[in-house]
Design a protein around this ligand. Structure first.
Ligand code: DHK
Length: 214
């Protein structure tokens, strides 16, 4: 049941010789997220910055007026059948139940969620693009598209927000075609094999990433 954080240098996709930038970052460095591309998490989801008034406009009167951007939690094909689909692999928790669990966990961190599922690759890409403007980060279980979709990989690459990949099962302990993940290549972290609890672990990790906690 591994939980792993990806190397910071992977997101650039460049193939440079190994150097100081290729070392595995420490956790605080991971939390700063992709400093190489100049998108530290604190500013990627900086509500104050986002709510900064235009010149001449009155200043916000209270913190209540500063609304956090939601975490987008996106689910790919066939995950709508959770609870009844191969429960020995995916568990008996339904997707709506997971949606409620993650919303409650996010709330405990002062965060909100947008929780969606689609069987369609293009729809998932549209939502990833939506998260560029309206989201604070993306938690993605791409289902089978994880292993096949260069289009989702490209969409995630242009996100500039924290990305956490989650899977209920451990794909590495399953068929060989599940061992490759295009999502892992751009994810800050990957959580697999924990069942529905993995989504909660992903929310915890996302909260840490976006708040810059160590
Ligand atoms: C879900 C799927 O639908 C599969 O296609 C993936 C993933 C694994 C999961 O474990 O959540 O291979």
């Amino acid at each position: 049941m591994p939980i792993s954080a990806s190397r910071g240098g992977l997101r650039s996709g460049r193939k440079a010789p190994l150097g100081p930038a290729d070392r595995v970052p420490t956790l605080p460095e991971v939390n700063k997220f992709d400093a190489g591309r100049g998108v530290p998490v604190a500013t990627a989801c900086d509500y104050k910055e986002r709510n900064r008034p235009l010149p001449g406009a009155p200043l916000a009167k209270s913190a209540k007026q500063i609304k956090p951007l939601p975490i987008y939690i996106l689910n790919g094909p066939t995950l709508n059948l959770l609870g009844t689909r191969e429960p020995e692999i995916y568990g008996r928790t339904t997707l709506p139940e997971i949606g409620r669990m993650v919303a409650a966990r996010a709330k405990s961190h002062g965060l909100t969620t947008v929780f969606r599922q689609s069987n369609h690759e293009g729809q998932l890409i549209d939502w990833i693009q939506e998260a560029r403007m309206k989201g604070c980060g993306v938690i993605l279980n791409g289902g089978a598209y994880t292993h096949t979709s260069i289009a989702i990989y490209d969409a995630l690459k242009s996100l500039d927000k924290p990305i956490i990949e989650v899977h209920l099962s451990n794909p590495h302990a399953r068929e060989r075609f599940r061992h490759r993940s295009f999502v892992s290549m751009v994810a800050n972290g990957v959580i697999v094999g924990l069942g529905a609890q993995g989504y909660l672990a992903a929310v915890e990790a996302m909260a840490t990433l976006i708040k810059g906690q160590s």
